[in-house]
Design a protein around this ligand. Structure first.
Ligand SMILES: Cc1ncc(COP(=O)(O)O)c(C=O)c1O
Length: 408
């Protein structure tokens, strides 16, 4: 056993049982050190949108690293890769004329946005607008801000109070959201954070019109709408962003994962003019926020090559074309005695809800044994989020492996 302290792990169990060492990947498949082949049912951790082993991305990173691997972007400095990646992401963004603040990953984007919304209202001379509203079951990363925004109770237990002025609402009830907003008073609220489809919280699809109603309520009440698209961004729902699919026009959109499909760590806050113009105003001056690797040249080169593949192969279109096939296929798993129901219908995203939620880890181990890697997610469900390159034939292969693992 190596000295590697694994993230999100029971290290006693990992030390006892050993690591699963992955050595290679190709498309929707990966191989472990013993040579066993697995279907990648989780797309690694909801991120390998273009599939594994794409040489064009590796080559772009190699070329960039040979030129210059990275350079500080504080102040006025940029690299061609950082500027081009920002322009490309902005050109795809749900709100025209957006600006892109790069981070090192999703949690950085969540916390950057938290500071952005609080500072925004301070700059607007309304510092009393500081409460952030989040939904139960929400996952917004693991930094201090994101831990405080967690709607999954186990994710913020045991740290005492970190960031204050966070209010939770049910994940699926827009009437209750509006009631809570109105009882707190819009003058006290900075922003509402919202995953268009909840990932780690259980692969939960919001009720019809929930997202649009929430968005409208925020707009009417002068509350910034933050769409956390770390999972849903870059094609997973059959559009470049779920905010396009649901016409949300977010003030801030958070992305990571699919922006590079995991070939390099990168995230971003995509800011609409409603927000960035205040920060860019002559009287604002320096915003003292940023990371050493904000705009990292090799990571942004990976993003450019990754997004080019997504465009050339029309991967959002592939998801849209196969969405019904995908959903119909995974729904057949609901006949298995251990399965309560299957959540699906939007993009390459799904959750297999088990009748006995406490056995989710055990079923996940059996699915692994059967030849598919995925995760048990909150509420006793099993995640489905393969690469967006997954073919119709592979969808059926994937379902048969889930079936084998879930059948007692
Ligand atoms: C919706 C959402 N937001 C934020 C994050 C945090 O991203 P990262 O793990 O890259 O820091 C995740 C990670 O899974 C996520 O699913």
């Amino acid at each position: 056993m190596s000295a590697f302290w694994h993230p999100f792990s029971d290290m006693n169990a990992v030390t006892q049982n050993g690591e699963l060492v992955i050595v290679r990947g190709e498309g929707s498949w990966v191989w472990d050190a013993a040579g066993k082949k697995y279907f990648d049912g989780g797309g690694a951790l909801w991120y390998c949108n273009i599939g594994h082993g794409r040489e064009a991305v590796a080559k772009a990173m190699y070329d960039q690293a040979c030129q210059i691997a990275s350079y500080s972007n504080f102040g006025d400095i940029s690299t061609p890769a950082a500027s081009a990646a920002a322009d490309l992401v902005a050109s795809l963004a749900p709100v025209p004329d957006s600006r892109v603040f790069f981070t090192s990953g999703g949690s950085d984007a969540v916390d950057t946005a938290l500071k952005m919304v609080r500072r925004f209202w301070t700059l607007k001379d309304q510092p009393h607008k500081k409460i952030v509203i989040v939904r139960e079951n929400g996952y917004h990363g693991m930094h201090t801000g994101g831990t405080s925004l967690a709607g999954i109770p186990d994710n913020n237990k045991g740290y005492n109070e970190l960031v204050t002025d966070v209010v939770k609402v049910p994940w699926d009830d827009s009437d209750e959201l509006i009631r809570v907003i109105d009882s707190i008073g819009e003058d006290n609220i900075a922003a509402f954070y919202c995953e268009p489809v909840m990932g780690a919280g259980g692969a939960l699809f919001a009720p019809e019109m929930y997202l649009q109603t929430a968005r409208k309520a925020c707009l009417e009440r002068n509350i910034l709408f933050v769409a956390d698209e770390v999972i849903t961004g870059f094609g997973r729902t059959g559009e470049w962003f779920a905010s396009i699919r649901y016409d949300l026009q977010p003030d801030l959109m958070l992305v990571a994962k699919g922006i590079t499909s995991g070939y390099a760590p990168l995230g971003a806050v995509v800011a609409a003019p409603s927000v960035w113009k205040t920060f860019y105003a002559p009287e604002t001056g320096v915003w003292r926020h940023g990371y050493t690797y904000s705009g990292h040249a090799t990571a942004t080169a990976a993003a450019l090559a990754n997004i080019k593949i997504m465009m050339d192969e029309d991967l959002p279109g592939n998801v849209r074309r196969l969405e019904k096939t995908f959903s119909d296929a995974v729904q057949t798993l609901s006949d298995i005695p251990a399965v309560d129901h299957v959540r699906s219908g939007v993009g390459f995203l799904g959750g297999i809800q088990l009748k006995e939620p406490l056995r989710a880890m055990e079923y996940n181990a059996r699915i692994r044994e059967a030849g598919l890697l995925t995760r048990a997610i909150v509420g006793g469900a099993i995640q489905i989020s393969p690469a967006l390159t997954t073919t119709e034939e592979e969808i059926h292969q994937m379902v048969e492996i889930y079936r084998a693992g879930l059948t007692d």
